[in-house]
Design a protein around this ligand. Sequence first.
Ligand code: KIV
Length: 275
Amino acid sequence: MRTTINDIRKKKSAAEKFVMLTAYDYSTARLVDESGVPLILVGDSLGMVVLGYESTIPVTIEEMLHHTKAVVRGTKNSLVVGDLPFMTYQISTAEAMRNAARFMQEGGAHAVKLEGGEVVAETVRRIVDCGIPVMGHIGLTPQSIHQLGGHKVQGKDKAAAERLLNDARALEQAGAFAVVLELVPSQLSKLITQKVSIPTIGIGAGPDCDGQVQVISDLLGLFSDFVPRHAKQYVKLSDNIRSAIGEYITEVTAGKFPGSQHSSNMDEEILADLT
Ligand code: KIV
């Protein structure tokens, strides 16, 4: 049975910690889904870890939809959240609603995520009113990286902390079913988690959020251009991949691969007839 937003809400009431993981393609989504991850985020982090951009800013809605469709095809149980990319929800509420609808209709997503707090609350409300579940995202919001002046922890002084608390409350009031807290001091995440009724999902936000999210390429040690402090590499697959490719090169150049088990034969008589 596919996870619903009510299942995610219930996890908070039951004080049951949960995870969300990103995925960007069919095969990975299958593995994540089969591993029992309730929430998969098709994050615009794919701009860096899949498409090789420097930030999430160049990511287009067409690129997001392409990957969202592949991820959805790989899942049976996980709830798939599609990330609305830069400037697809800020220009007008109508545009935001149209783009959120594209994620549901064309992408097959089950919810959308967008960045911002009070400033996007009305947009969130309108999207939710149309029947589209929305996940918020506050703290370090990577689409505003140039405005924020880099990957810095957010909410460290009183005014900034109050703003974040108000942002979380505004998203809760607007009907968001959960909110991502990115690069927020642990104590502030704990406070926000206590003050809002919706689940908080942390990344670089300490242990007291209701859930945690990681970028799968970080968790699997696949992406080394930039490894954030908050990322934990549970395995270093890049080493395994390099060594497998090296072995392949060695075997091919030594004439060891392909062997008979990887090759097929044809009728010798037919072969003899060929000139
Ligand atoms: O795009 C993404 O992967 C994200 C997560 C870091 C929350 O927004």
